[in-house]
Design a protein around this ligand. Structure first.
Ligand code: ATP
Length: 323
């Protein structure tokens, strides 16, 4: 993509007193793209997203949304933004429809209120007081308000937390419709499936920094595939090879595990080549490779591996910086 990014961030920082929660983040989100920001609790996602939402000033670096500083030049862009925070500040006394109409009245342009409530399946709850809504219904109302102004850029902070699976999928369809219409979206989520379903690109945050970014395929490709099988002889009896008996496997990461019944487990960065070598090795020895299970890493495995690798960085998380 060559056009100027809608969200353009370089070296963003955010401090709370002497604690630095965002430590030099770079991120671009292009027009019509959805970028999902992932990370464990406390990684700094909300602290970062609030910078691009213009809810707080950056303590360093450059933050631009639609070409403007979203904090200092907020008035120029606020009409083009849709923001769904982690927790909404609704008045519990108003009904759903009153809340939606009140919100629509604050916008320079608004989609019809009934259409927006219908999109989040809240029409049947229109006359219910917000205080009586379930947690998931409140999230859906929040999404309705964030999308009511037909925003050019939508910031969604954990939009499907607390939603049942059906509502979550309905939200995904809604977001996909907005993307198809050209909306640009920055989303934070703890649901990896949500990121896989919606995101063009993913950025993984750890201790205030983006430690990995790219498409799901890019991120998963960096994580070794897993192979598991049981070695048996021609009569079907288990054979327990030693690691030294195995052929040379160029992509193996770490040491293959072999248990007492001949079950072999290994991780490899060259799945196809190493599998081929293993099959040839077994064939030459008239061995069978039973229960063969070979699979690429999932986003979840890649994420967990990164988090494990970053446990040192977690300790670093508590490091205080000069104010
Ligand atoms: N107002 C605040 N004052 C001091 N520290 C804060 C404040 N807000 C957040 N933090 C700290 O900043 C770090 C990042 O928090 P943040 O809420 O941005 O993380 P997150 O990735 O959004 O987490 P979660 O997934 O739990 O929402 C945490 O260590 C948190 O305790």
């Amino acid at each position: 993509m060559t056009s100027e990014p809608i969200v353009h961030v370089r070296g963003a920082r955010r401090r709370y007193g002497t604690f630095e929660a965002v430590r030099g983040v770079d991120l671009d989100v292009h027009r019509g793209e959805l970028v999902a920001l992932l990370g464990t609790n406390g990684a700094g996602k909300t602290s970062f997203v609030e910078l691009v939402e213009g809810l707080a000033p950056s303590d360093g670096g450059t933050v631009r949304v639609l070409g403007h500083d979203p904090y200092r030049e907020r008035r120029q862009i606020v009409g083009s933004l849709g923001i769904m925070l982690q927790s909404a500040g609704f008045s519990g006394d108003l009904t759903v429809i009153e809340t939606a109409r009140t919100w629509a009245g604050t916008l320079s342009r608004s989609r019809p209120v009934d259409v927006v409530l219908d999109a989040v399946n809240l029409v049947h709850r229109a006359d219910v007081r917000v205080a009586s809504l379930s947690g998931g219904e409140k999230r859906r109302l929040d999404l309705a308000l964030a999308t009511m102004g037909d925003p050019e850029v939508l910031f969604l902070d954990e939009p499907t937390t607390g939603l049942d699976p059906e509502s979550r999928r309905a939200t995904w369809r809604l977001v996909q419709g907005l993307l198809a219409a050209g909306t640009t979206v920055l989303l934070t989520t703890h649901y990896l499936e949500e990121a896989e379903e919606l995101a063009d690109r993913i950025a993984i945050m750890q201790a205030g920094r983006i430690v990995r970014s790219g498409s799901v395929a890019d991120i998963v490709a960096a994580e070794p595939a897993r192979v598991e099988l049981v070695v048996r002889n021609a009569a079907g009896r288990p054979v327990v090879p030693t690691v030294g008996d195995l052929p040379s496997l160029e992509g193996v990461v770490g040491v293959p595990e072999i248990d007492r019944v001949g079950r072999l487990r290994l991780r490899t960065t060259s799945l196809q080549d190493d599998l081929f070598t293993l099959l040839q090795w077994a064939d030459a020895r008239q061995l069978r490779l039973d229960d063969l299970d070979a699979r690429s890493a999932s986003l979840e495995q890649a994420f967990l591996a990164m988090d494990g690798a970053g446990s040192g960085a977690h300790t670093d998380d508590t490091t205080e910086v000069a104010a």
